[in-house]
Design a protein around this ligand. Structure first.
Ligand code: PLP
Length: 446
């Protein structure tokens, strides 16, 4: 590929990025013929693997009929079917879907629906959203306002809404300096305290990732956390938005991450795995009772994008959901996730820089620390996460960076391969990771 004069803005300007040629299953191949094991499904997205023929066929079939209509003029069979299918996949049903193009738009639309829910009932002062430190809900300004991800916010702080944040359920290095055995879920109480401080009459919703992704690295909350959170939300008349952009659609071994905790959210944001990377597609889902005042009021959710609910993306997403069902990928995520966690824990026995191994299903992470006993992180200037990612990349292994630590002051990587990964591919993944961590440890301790 001719790339003497660059025109494409890439993540790091001036850095060489290999060009992709094609993908098949869990592997990607660049145009120089180098093979990569995609152990992160890209950005935790390509959950059914690359180059799946059924999806290409569904895409072509819909394109042969019609790819695009404007949602103010037409609805379409694929979009209607997809909204029904998603609702049917939730344990309780009765969700409406608003389709958008990215996870950021999904959380931002969920935020707007939540605010509108209260406006339509004559309660416009309920317009603030509480989120958590150590959270990421998207890059657009509304979504970033709801995010505690220090690094991604930094440049835009003056433009962001000053939404409150509360303590995350991060037991490995508890921000409230508690121990899991004795804490009484103080991190959930932090939400209650924030609501009391600010006044429930000013708060529309609380947003949380069921299992924290990019901002923490597969951080699974302790038992009882979400039950307590939901009870606090109900007591104060606050809607609960589950940001399932990373956890949703089979990734964690349940269709929705929140199913692990038996709590039903009022709103759900979906993205990534919803179309498994085959097309941009995301959704804000709202329960019947959230939509009721809007149906009885203005009858219109004040949002929308040109590509919202386009039949092409909806058809692709339906094909992805059918593929997940046909190949039993919810169960596969459970089985392969258990095997992966077991193997990663074995790595922890061998490498002193591994502080924590955690996750659920095939959303797993490793946090690296300078000292296992004190759990002290490495100095940021060492760039340990990047060292791991870069060396793994050289070896043909793709892993995803996560900001470890409550304020991004730690090192973690996410390992989240396609749900189709076989035992043999998984052993290859762990072998390459083992080599990578050993070499980085040698460099750090040299
Ligand atoms: N919410 C969560 C939990 C995410 O992990 C992400 C992306 O990583 C987003 C929202 C934003 O999604 P997108 O990058 O598709 O805008």
């Amino acid at each position: 590929m001719e790339r003497e004069r660059e025109h494409l803005i890439k993540p790091v300007l001036g850095r060489h990025y290999p060009a992709i040629a094609y993908g098949k299953g869990v592997f990607l191949y660049d145009d120089a013929g180098k093979k990569y094991l995609d152990a992160s499904s890209g950005a935790v997205t390509a959950s059914i693997g690359h180059g799946v023929q059924e999806i290409a066929e569904a895409m072509q079939e819909q394109a042969g009929k019609v790819s695009f209509v404007y949602r103010s003029q037409f609805t379409s069979e694929p979009a209607e079917q997809l909204a029904k299918k998603l609702s049917d996949l939730t344990p309780g049903g009765d969700y409406w879907s608003f389709f958008v193009n990215s996870g950021s738009e999904a959380t931002e639309t969920a935020m707007k629906i939540a605010i509108q829910h209260w406006q339509e009932q004559g309660r416009p002062s309920k317009h603030r959203i509480i989120s958590r430190r150590m959270s990421y809900h998207g890059i657009t300004l509304g979504a970033l306002s709801m995010s505690g991800h220090v690094l991604r916010r930094r440049r835009f702080v003056p433009l962001l809404e000053d939404f409150p944040v509360v303590a995350p359920p991060y037991c490995y290095r508890c921000p409230l300096r508690q121990t899991p055995a004795a804490c009484g879920l103080a991190c959930a109480d932090d939400l209650d305290a924030a609501v009391k401080r600010i006044g429930a009459e000013h708060i529309a919703a609380f947003i949380a990732e069921p299992i924290i992704g990019a901002a923490g690295g597969a951080v699974v909350p302790p038992d009882g956390y979400y039950e307590k959170i939901k009870a606090i939300c109900e007591r104060h008349e606050i809607l609960f938005i589950a940001d399932e952009v990373m956890t949703g659609i089979a990734r964690t071994g349940e269709m929705f991450g929140m199913q692990h905790f038996g709590v039903e959210p009022d709103l759900i944001a979906l993205g990534k795995g919803m179309s498994a990377g085959y097309t941009p597609m995301a959704a804000a889902m709202a329960k019947d009772h959230v939509m009721a005042p809007i149906l009885q009021g203005s009858r219109s959710v004040m949002s929308g994008h040109t590509y919202s609910a386009n039949p092409q993306s909806a058809a692709v997403s339906l094909a992805v959901l059918a593929y997940i069902d046909k190949h039993g990928l919810v169960q596969a995520a459970q089985n392969q996730g258990a095997l992966l966690l077991e193997r990663l824990r074995q790595l922890a026995d061998r490498h002193v820089i591994i502080g924590d191994v955690r996750g659920e299903g095939l959303l797993t992470a490793i946090e690296f620390v300078a000292d296992r006993q004190s759990k002290h992180p490495f100095p940021p200037e060492l760039g340990v996460t990047n060292k791991i990612i870069d060396l793994a990349f050289q070896k043909g292994l793709l892993v995803y960076p996560a900001a470890g630590g409550v304020d991004g002051d730690g090192d973690a990587i996410i390992i989240a391969p396609p749900l189709t990964i076989t035992d043999e591919e998984l052993e290859l993944l762990v072998g390459l990771l083992d080599e990578t961590i050993r070499e980085v440890t040698q460099e750090l301790t040299a």
